[in-house]
Design a protein around this ligand. Structure first.
Ligand code: NDP
Length: 319
């Protein structure tokens, strides 16, 4: 079976390509720069890559760029989308590639009769940011949708880009009869396959690399292997449909710092919060739908340990 992964050099996508190859799929993978070994070497070294991995050059903003990647594939896993917080022009840097890129990929899918299902890598960013109160007794689930006005007012540009992208994707899929499923993970951590640092692993790195304070924020956390597996299950299980939130546990950064301290007592971890306001409360995210995909939900402690070990191995930390 032939499947396609967009943005294959990324953190989540690299794991997805690895697991797809291990399951025997032939993978057509899009990368922005096939001549940059930092973006391709780790993919070409995967088990099965020599026989069953094909790299294609494609850019989210180039119309028709994905036609040849998608052609002949039964599944299209669309993961490519910029994930940065530090932007100067959110429209150009985040929103355009997220939204136009998603529509571009979906448009290519309409031209290829082989495509049976599209699995979109959305985010909890497109679920939980609507201004509704979030407290420890509140259970966020797939019926929630982030509110674009709320995102704009709060200047949550990455969150806005993912919300707009998912919204446009559902509209396009409906209008064009595309069978689409979305995966909505929270902060993804766990081992890195790629040699470069991605935003969510950087959040852990910054805690252990001399930060004096931890952010006053509560996030959901999920292991990258669970995320990659959920994508594959969402394609392989015919009855899978709609959205799937993926959160093992919501934890405030104070708790994350404490777990890291317990795991690595010799590390200097921040003990103070970045502000003196009350801690942003945690909340719950329903595991019901994701459990139906057979997701394991690797515990946060294990995911954090795996992240640190991987950051050591990749020499992002030298202690
Ligand atoms: P990475 O930064 O590792 O991967 C992002 C990928 O998108 C890269 O392959 C990147 O290509 C590609 N990309 C960005 N802009 C373009 C463009 N203009 N044209 C083509 N490709 C582009 O991040 P993640 O693996 O973490 O993110 C992957 C997906 O998962 C994204 O959709 C993200 O929103 C989503 N997600 C991530 C979470 C996390 O905590 N990590 C949580 C929830 C959702 P290049 O390598 O060339 O830059």
């Amino acid at each position: 079976k032939i499947v396609c992964v967009t943005g294959a050099s990324g953190y989540i996508a690299s794991w997805l390509v690895k697991l797809l190859l291990l399951r025997g799929y032939t993978v057509k993978a899009s990368v922005r720069d096939p001549n940059n070994p930092k973006k391709t070497q780790h993919l070409l070294a995967l088990e099965g890559a020599e026989e069953r991995l094909q790299l294609f050059k494609a850019d989210l903003l180039e119309e028709g760029s994905f036609d040849s990647v998608v052609d002949g594939c039964e599944a299209v896993f669309h993961t490519a989308s910029p994930f940065y917080y530090d932007v100067t022009d959110p429209q150009i840097e985040l929103i355009d590639p997220a939204v136009k890129g998603t529509l571009n990929v979906l448009n290519s899918c309409t031209k290829s009769p082989s495509v049976k299902r599209v699995v979109l890598t959305s985010s909890i960013a497109a679920v939980a940011y609507n201004g509704k109160p979030r407290t420890p007794d509140v259970v966020v689930d797939e019926t929630w949708f982030s509110n674009t006005d709320f995102c704009r007012e709060s200047k949550l540009w990455y969150v806005l880009s993912k919300t707009l992208a998912e919204e446009s994707a559902w509209n396009f899929a409906k209008e064009n009869g595309i069978d689409m499923v979305s995966i909505n993970p929270a902060m993804v951590i766990g081992p890195l396959l790629q040699p470069t640092l991605n935003t969510s692993a950087a959040a852990v790195l910054s805690l252990i690399k001399g930060a004096h304070t931890f952010p006053n924020a509560s996030f959901g956390w999920i292991n990258v292997k669970d995320v990659a597996n959920a994508h594959i299950q969402a394609f392989e299980i015919p009855s899978a449909s709609g959205r799937y939130c993926l959160v093992e546990r919501v934890a405030h950064y104070s708790e994350v710092a404490k777990i890291l301290h317990d795991l690595y007592p010799s590390f200097k971890l921040p003990e103070k919060c970045a502000d003196d306001k009350p801690y942003v409360p945690t909340f719950q995210v329903s595991k019901e739908k994701a459990s139906s995909l057979g997701i394991e939900f690797i515990p946060l402690e294990v995911s954090l340990a795996e992240t640190v070990e991987s950051l050591k191995e990749k020499e992002f930390i030298d202690f």
